[in-house]
Design a protein around this ligand. Structure first.
Ligand code: ATP
Length: 684
């Protein structure tokens, strides 16, 4: 019988990418060609970044009660007296008692003391309460300050930057204002938010201060470059994005404020404050994530309005973030032509207060009427392109067939053993991740180091073995991708895996989970009926997870054992029909070549619930870059092959039930797909 058990939760389940590629670890000394560009950080796998044991809010409350610690129940945190503050510190600058200054995240148990800035895991807190925490440990708990080299850099930039209006040349002031869209933002607003301008980098500088002081904790630089008729913005943060937790505008918030508007850009907060006077904060990493470390700062607000931007991605991010903050206190400004982002609204002379009043409640009861949904439906209809999801930049044919990668879907991927499934799915996920899709990998078969090495090679589009001097440069860029790995290896219980995924969605706003492969959660059942029941249960669990969390799950499943000379089909997926029924998309890596098209393999989209388009396209493997995508220079060759082979596609053979890939004749907007499978023999 299939028994699910809740096994002990490994302490270090999610491995932030930083841990894999940090510095030059893993490289033999003799191979390191040049001195490291940045300091080797000993805490490459910092315990502070990894999730704690799963703990429920009920358990936290019970523990606090059991130890006689008073607490207040908040929206996403519990507040308790902090063991990390001396009683003399218990009054803030305004003389208000801050005795309940410890915030414990109800979902993870992580804590932050707002007075001392000590932070740590639930276990750290328990150790401290039970007197197990030693002095050294508590030193570690103190929130990490900037590294020495970062402190110097932050101070150097800040000292060189000047208030915009102090620039000597009025023309330069005007140019900067135009580039950043600041023509209607007053000097007074810039002064209140302490925004400066760094001439040498033509960048605005947004400071990050320690709470309650003017000490600098970090900076964000926003550079602008003219590009054709438009402007291209480049953001840089110190410290790096993963540690940059600045809720910009925090020093202007009073402890009496009960409402706040959250924006995705500092410039939007300037515009909002100026035209509405309302408290406003900008999220440090825009729509890409809302790190739980910020939640304590938002506890005081009874109402939070999200006004993140004018596209569907902003809307979806707002809905996700509202879940974390408790949707009952959140409202969302719907993107639309008359509701652009705040800075544009200011520049267009729109009434920002009126737009804010039209914000929709984020909370829906279990039963809703169309009236409550009509705005959302309109949003989808007026953003058809964006509803289709993120398009692959490396696989235009995949985008043509599937239209895009959408939240909340389940993709099942199969292919013969050793055909390159992991290699392909790695590039498919990397492509999305490079476009800002926060990704979590569950690689149970190959180690994370090997997987990350494949991905880095694909990222750099070439063998790094031969150019180790470039390693740090690529690794630095790779490190900034929103990419995380589960540290599981070998057989795992589905419950543990789902718990980890849920945790990752909460902590890192994961939108795409890749599981390679499902067979590693099936236990050791010998009887085939038990194995099939186990697989059905697992597929059901992933389906439910995808739907409940709006996260896309890509699940690799081995095929059944079949004749090598037969093509795989939907029915070749191991197990019952459950996997193909539950999947929104089914992708099959076929280990043979197409008659029309290059490469020795092809990819078949055999199910597409979004709009039904199915079809095939060739994959050409490049051994040095480990990629299947066609490099730009050979795209013309592919086009030529298409042209040479004419536009007539072979009809699918009716004799083989569903085995012959169908061509995507349903795509009318693009050239018809003329690829045809070669049914004669498998490729070598
Ligand atoms: N099209 C290809 N041609 C030649 N070699 C390939 C191709 N695709 C992948 N490889 C190489 O084959 C090896 C196995 O690839 P990979 O692990 O991606 O296969 P897989 O289908 O996931 O295997 P498994 O069935 O064991 O899970 C890797 O070394 C990879 O670099």
């Amino acid at each position: 019988m299939w028994v699910l058990f809740r096994s002990g939760y490994p302490l270090r389940i999610l491995l932030p990418l930083r841990g894999v590629w940090m510095g030059r670890r893993g490289l033999p000394r003799s191979l390191v060609p040049a001195p490291p560009r940045r300091r080797y950080r000993k805490e490459a796998l910092p315990a502070l970044e990894v999730p704690a044991l799963p703990v429920t809010a009920t358990e936290i409350r019970q523990y606090l009660r059991g130890h006689g610690i008073p607490f207040q129940d908040g929206h996403s945190c519990l507040r308790a007296p902090s063991p990390f503050v001396e009683s003399s510190q218990l009054k803030d600058q305004a003389g208000v008692t801050t005795s309940f200054s410890l915030f414990i995240d109800k979902t993870t148990g992580r804590f932050l003391c707002m007075t001392s800035l000590a932070e740590g895991s639930w276990e750290d807190f328990q150790a401290s309460v039970e007197g197990r925490g030693d002095g050294n440990r508590e030193g570690v708990l103190l929130s990490k300050t900037l590294e020495a080299e970062d402190i110097e850099e932050v101070q150097r930039i800040w000292d060189r930057a000047v208030p915009l209006w102090e620039l000597p040349d009025p023309e330069e002031i005007q140019l900067a204002r135009t580039m950043f869209g600041l023509n209607k933002v007053t000097d007074d607003t810039l002064r209140r938010f302490s925004v400066r301008y760094l001439r040498s980098a033509r960048s605005l500088v947004f400071p990050w201060f320690y709470p309650g002081s003017w000490g600098l904790r970090g900076l964000k630089l926003l550079g602008a470059e003219g590009q054709g008729d438009g402007v291209h913005y480049i953001q840089t943060t110190i410290p790096r994005p993963g540690a940059y937790h600045n809720l910009f505008g925090l020093p202007l918030i009073s402890h009496r404020d009960v409402e706040v508007v959250l924006t995705s850009r500092e410039l939007d907060s300037l515009a909002l404050k100026q035209s509405t006077g309302l408290p406003t904060l900008a999220l440090p990493r825009g729509t890409s994530c809302l790190p739980p470390a910020l939640l304590p700062y938002l506890e005081q607000f009874r109402r939070i309005v999200f006004w993140l931007g004018d596209d569907l991605r902003s809307w979806e991010a707002a809905k996700l973030f509202a879940r974390k903050l408790n949707p009952k206190r959140c409202s969302l400004v719907r993107p639309g032509d008359q509701q652009p982002c705040p800075l544009e609204a200011l520049n267009r002379g729109l009434n920002l207060s009126r737009i804010l009043r039209s914000a929709l409640p984020a909370w829906h009861k279990s039963i809703v009427s169309f009236r409550q949904l009509r705005e959302e439906v309109l949003g989808e209809l007026s953003n058809v392109e964006q509803v289709a999801g993120v398009r692959w930049s490396r696989f235009p044919d995949l985008s043509r067939l599937l239209k895009g990668h959408r939240k909340g879907e389940l993709t099942v991927f199969t292919g013969p053993t050793g055909s390159g499934k992991t290699t392909f799915i790695s590039e498919y996920a990397l492509d999305l991740c490079s476009q800002g899709v926060n990704t979590l990998w569950g690689s149970f078969e190959i180690s994370n180091v090997r997987l990350a090495r494949v991905m880095l090679t694909q990222f750099a589009m070439g063998r790094l073995e031969e150019q180790l001097d470039k390693y740090d440069e690529w690794a630095d860029r790779f490190e900034d991708l929103p990419l995380y790995f589960m540290t599981f290896h070998g057989q795992q219980s589905i419950r543990t895996v789902i718990d980890t995924m849920q945790h990752a969605v909460y902590v890192y706003d994961i939108c795409h989970v890749v599981i390679d492969n499902l067979q590693f959660m099936m236990g050791h059942e010998q009887l085939s009926t038990d194995r099939i029941a186990a697989q059905d249960y697992i597929v059901g669990a992933f389906r439910k997870f995808a739907t409940d969390t709006s996260c896309h799950v890509t699940l690799v499943i081995h095929p059944r054992k079949e004749d090598d000379d037969k093509e795989l089909q939907t029915a070749s997926i191991f197990g019952s029909a459950k996997a193909s029924q539950e999947a929104d998309n089914i992708l099959i890596l076929q280990d043979r070549k197409l008659v029309t098209g290059p490469g020795k393999r092809y990819l078949q989209v055999s199910k597409n619930r979004f709009d039904g388009d199915v079809g095939v396209f060739p994959l050409e493997f490049n051994k040095s870059s480990l990629t299947f995508s066609i490099p730009p220079k050979s795209k013309s060759r592919l086009k030529k092959i298409k042209d040479d082979n004419g536009l007539v596609a072979k009809k699918p053979s009716s004799g083989k039930k569903g085995a012959t890939p169908q061509n995507s004749e349903t795509c009318s907007d693009l050239a018809p797909n003329t690829y045809q499978p070669d049914t004669s023999k498998p490729s070598g």
